[in-house]
Design a protein around this ligand. Structure first.
Ligand code: FER
Length: 329
């Protein structure tokens, strides 16, 4: 391929936002903006809206020689909810064995994505291989399903039209995805060994599904959660129960993300009701660097007793800057 053409294609692919095709939309009041940083909406930062976990270096997703690797496989399952055979991308950690039982993280994509999105944005297998090799994360299975629960689940056309299918996914996850994983893999099958997290629409799904099913998930994360996120009163009607059941509730958003008010609203409610959580506001927009950096920190807390205060969190030294300008959304 001629060098110039290659460079143009590379630049275009790096600039590709989470949203495959913003398109036009009618009913939704949140008009997507094509400005850098993602979607429109006023950004007003308050005193709590601070970075609590430092930006890790770009090496978190760099493939390293001489470490044990996990495996990524595209798995099919029968969905009674949708009435089709659906796909999910499943990471099993290095040395995966039926002799052991593993905890599971269910990791959900955004409105323009599918079961391959986390792999494209974060090379999740490399990120987890590195964390596990360094003893920073416990060996876990990471399930990346397709959160658009409808017959045509491709991110095609005006992706906003598929928003209702992201709500239907609740039934697919609970009744089809989890049973398929638990019958096929050697996993620990209790709430303290199930985590649910996602980016944008997937962040909203994780909060909506996770917080209303704390008997199923004890570890929940929403990164740049989208307007599909239900109201705080619907999500946490019983703060005492949430406080008792949750092992981790991670909320994060970039301070250049026009969707930040969604996370701020929930964070302020949690504060008011005294429900412990982590709130990490970094300096990114609605973009893959925010998502992989927050996955990196979130993953290290999973399935462990509470440890360091955020202020003590160490990130590896690195000479390179984390995000190339072209990596921003
Ligand atoms: C919206 C703006 C953004 C919306 C969804 C999104 C359902 C999702 C963005 C993403 O997943 O990246 O108004 O409404």
């Amino acid at each position: 391929m001629p060098r110039l053409l290659f460079l143009i294609l590379l630049a275009a692919s790096l600039k590709m936002p989470a949203l495959a095709q913003p398109g036009s939309q009618s009913e939704n009041s949140e008009q997507p903006s094509r400005r850098r940083g993602g979607f429109g909406g006023p950004i007003e930062l308050g005193p709590d809206d601070k970075q609590t976990y430092p930006d890790p270096p770009a090496t978190i997703t760099r493939k390293r020689d001489g470490i044990a690797r996990g495996e990524l496989e595209m798995v099919e399952y029968e969905s009674k909810t949708v009435g089709t055979t659906r796909k999910m991308n499943v990471y099993t950690p290095p040395g995966y064995s039926n002799e052991k039982k593993y905890p599971v993280l269910y990791l959900l994509h955004g409105i323009g994505g599918d079961e391959t999105e986390w792999q494209r944005f974060a090379t999740s297998d490399v990120l987890f291989d590195n964390l596990i090799a360094d003893g920073k994360a416990v060996p876990m299975i990471v399930v990346m399903p397709n959160g658009r629960a409808r017959k045509n689940d491709r991110a095609e056309g005006n992706v906003f039209e598929s928003a209702p299918a992201f709500a239907v996914f609740e039934q697919d996850l609970l009744n089809d995805v989890i049973p398929a994983i638990e019958s096929r893999y050697s996993v620990k099958q209790d709430r303290e060994n199930r985590a649910l997290a996602g980016l944008s629409m997937g962040g909203g799904q994780s909060l909506n599904i996770g917080l209303t099913h704390v008997d199923t998930f004890a570890w929940i994360g929403g990164f740049s959660s989208a307007p599909n996120t239900k109201s705080p009163e619907e999500l946490v009607p019983d703060p005492a129960k949430a406080k008792k059941q949750l092992k981790l509730l991670w909320l994060s958003c970039g301070n250049k993300d026009g969707l930040i008010r969604i996370s701020q609203r929930l964070q302020r409610y949690l504060n008011e009701k005294d429900v412990p959580h982590i709130w990490n506001v970094d300096s990114y927009g609605h973009d893959p660097t925010h998502w992989r950096n927050n996955l990196y920190h979130f993953a290290q807390l999973l399935f462990k007793p509470p440890t360091d205060e955020p202020a003590n969190v160490k990130v590896p030294d690195d000479d390179s800057k984390n995000a190339a300008p072209s990596d921003r959304g």
